[in-house]
Design a protein around this ligand. Sequence first.
Ligand code: CAA
Length: 264
Amino acid sequence: MTYETITVEQRPEPHGAVTLITLNRPQALNALNSQVLEDLIAAFAAFEADDGQRCAVLTGSGDKAFAAGADIKEMADKPAADFYLDDFFARWTSHLVKATRKPWIAAVNGFALGGGCELAMMADFIIASDKAKFGQPEIKLGVAPGMGGSQRLTRAVGKAKAMEMCLTGRMMDAAEAERSGLVARVVPHESLLDEALKTAATIAAMPPMAAIANKEMVNAAFETTLDQGLVVERRIFQILAGSEDKAEGMAAFVEKREGRWKGR
Ligand code: CAA
């Protein structure tokens, strides 16, 4: 498969491969145009369909940006009816979030602004370089977030900070993003990719069905009441309790050896 705006590399790790996807429009600070969306949809579908691929990392090329937002030049002259009729931005969530059950990490290497911040927040978690900067500056363009920023940022950092960021367009640096719960971890810029790939390899070495299940139950916390979420958690636990990997994992613990996973 060839892509115009991203690169995709399958990295064989000892216990399960990791897919590295890199946004590759550095001259436009990896701005997200329609071709990027098509390429990402295809790359994520291929990742999801390949049983050998267990975890993905998404990052940006160049030293400056993860992604500086939706492509402003593409949107500038687009009529409102086209945005509405195409349900513009809907496919980001339907394909990258809803249709991707396997875990993936955003490795944010610089600016993550507007759609870039929103894309990072679609990941299961974010690892950020100490040079990363996050923001929802759409208000300065006379618009507002469109790929989930008003919702996912608010859930991640709370109303006060999300509202301040959306209304002022100010950027949040990596340290503030970590303090606020937006990112899982901040690492030195030079070691970002290594750290993200190492973390992905750790996840790739886990029993794969349990990885999907853990992701599904944590995500349920954003979609349900506490009572409903607790039921989701118990039901998924009970399903896993019947899996071959549960029998293997518990036997391996007792026998003091590594588990050998079947993924079922
Ligand atoms: N869309 C299209 N092109 C972009 C872009 C974007 N979002 N962000 C940067 N670029 C382009 C610039 O136009 C420039 O191209 P040229 O060399 O052809 O002029 C190139 O990338 C480099 O950018 P700058 O010269 O501006 O770089 P800088 O270091 O001076 O500034 C920056 C960096 C502060 C990130 C600045 O580029 C910037 O403010 N970018 C726009 C950020 C933004 O508003 N993002 C939100 C977009 S709207 C959105 O995302 C809607 C949504 O919710 C989905």
